[in-house]
Design a protein around this ligand. Structure first.
Ligand SMILES: Nc1ncnc2c1ncn2[C@@H]1O[C@H](COP(=O)(O)OP(=O)(O)O)[C@@H](O)[C@H]1O
Ligand SMILES: [Mg+2]
Length: 212
């Protein structure tokens, strides 16, 4: 029955992902780690992404601990230059240096050269808030959202300057929707993960994969 317009799937027995929020910390962490791994693989290994992170598209199997991903109506291939731009952004973030981070933010299309030119201090302030949050010792706690307000304060001059208003490229928006949707799920699940080591290990593994 599968054709050009119909994708037939197995029925997968699972519970709504929200059920996971009542599970013990360890199980929530494991499921969120799997979700993050999936996003990273979609972007850096498959080059193909399901870009609809509606919570109803994720389900959970308590018995196996596995995540079920559904709804491939908004699946799309990711252009190689977008993949490379995100790779540079992630590497610059792990490196924690302002210059490469600003360059990567430009490359991905989050900011325009004008923002970098007119609001360098505010931009650097935002980068500092994020780096300080990500580099806090111990596990990364997705439920800890204090940095959002600090980020908003630093961003105020950029937001107030209408000349900066710009929409990132469509490719970036699709990918970003997926990444932020996954992050919001991690927040909802109050996950705690060794985020930095996970990302570093993934990038290393993805690079090996590329060379093959
Ligand atoms: N393969 C499947 N196994 C189990 N449940 C499914 C499956 N496909 C869809 N569903 C259920 O149907 C709902 C709607 O399907 P989905 O593919 O997300 O379509 P829509 O585009 O309407 O969101 C899902 O949220 C899920 O509850
Ligand atoms: Mg759906």
């Amino acid at each position: 029955m599968t054709g050009e317009r119909v994708l037939v799937m197995d029925y997968i027995t699972a519970k709504p992902i929200e059920t996971l929020s009542a599970a013990p910390q360890e199980q929530r962490d494991k499921a969120v780690a799997a979700l993050l791994d999936l996003v990273l693989r979609e972007l850096f290994i498959f080059g193909f992404m399901q870009t609809d992170p509606n919570f109803a598209n994720y389900r959970w199997q308590p018995e196996t601990g596995r995540i079920v991903l559904l709804d491939f109506g908004a699946a799309r291939s990711v252009p190689q230059d977008t993949v490379e731009a995100y790779r540079s952004l992630l590497m610059a973030g792990l490196l924690g240096e302002h210059g490469p981070l600003r360059a990567a933010l430009l490359d991905v299309g989050f900011i325009t050269p004008m923002v970098e030119h007119r609001h360098r201090a505010a931009l650097d302030g935002m980068i500092d808030v994020i780096l300080a949050h990500v580099n806090r010792p111990g596990l990364f706690n997705f439920a800890e959202r204090g940095f959002v307000e600090r980020l908003r304060e630093k961003a105020a001059p950029i937001v107030a300057d209408r000349a900066n208003w710009h929409v990132p490229p469509a490719q970036t928006l699709f990918i970003q929707r997926k990444i932020s949707g996954t992050a919001m799920l991690a927040v909802r699940m109050k996950a705690r993960l060794p985020l930095r080591p996970m990302l570093a290990a993934f990038l290393e593994q993805a690079q090996k994969h590329q060379r093959v």
